[in-house]
Design a protein around this ligand. Structure first.
Ligand SMILES: [Zn+2]
Length: 122
């Protein structure tokens, strides 16, 4: 266990979240990571399709950093999201956001087709 966790850099804490020796150490790292300003990556949101997102659940809790919202998590569930840049590990709220977004876009497209919504062209 590192004593002065406050002096660890972001990559060091991120490494501890993933590779900390004990669950306790990893959970401490998750809390520590939360003190850094999140750097979300929404570059691939356009590719957020349900068909490309797979849930991965484990019996034991795992610690990981969501590659979309950049939040460290302690969870049994994570999602594997296949993007053009490779597979990203994302958290349940991000997976839900992407799937809901896709559903909403479909609904909107259908409404436009049906003439319920007039598409703005400005
Ligand atoms: Zn997330």
């Amino acid at each position: 266990m590192v004593k002065n966790a406050d002096f660890l850099t972001r990559p060091q804490v991120a490494l501890m979240v993933k590779k900390g020796k004990s669950l306790k150490e990893r959970i401490t790292a998750v809390k520590q990571y939360g003190k850094f300003q999140a750097r979300p990556n929404h570059d691939f949101d356009e590719e957020g399709k349900k068909a490309k997102i797979d849930v991965k659940t484990t019996d034991a809790v795992r610690t990981y950093i969501c590659e979309r919202c950049d939040k460290a998590r302690v969870d049994k569930a994570s999602f594997r999201w296949t993007t053009s840049a490779g597979v990203m590990t994302i958290c349940p709220p991000c997976a839900k956001t992407l799937i809901d977004r896709e559903a909403q876009e479909k609904l909107l497209k259908q409404s436009i087709k049906d003439g319920h919504v007039i598409e703005r062209k400005d």
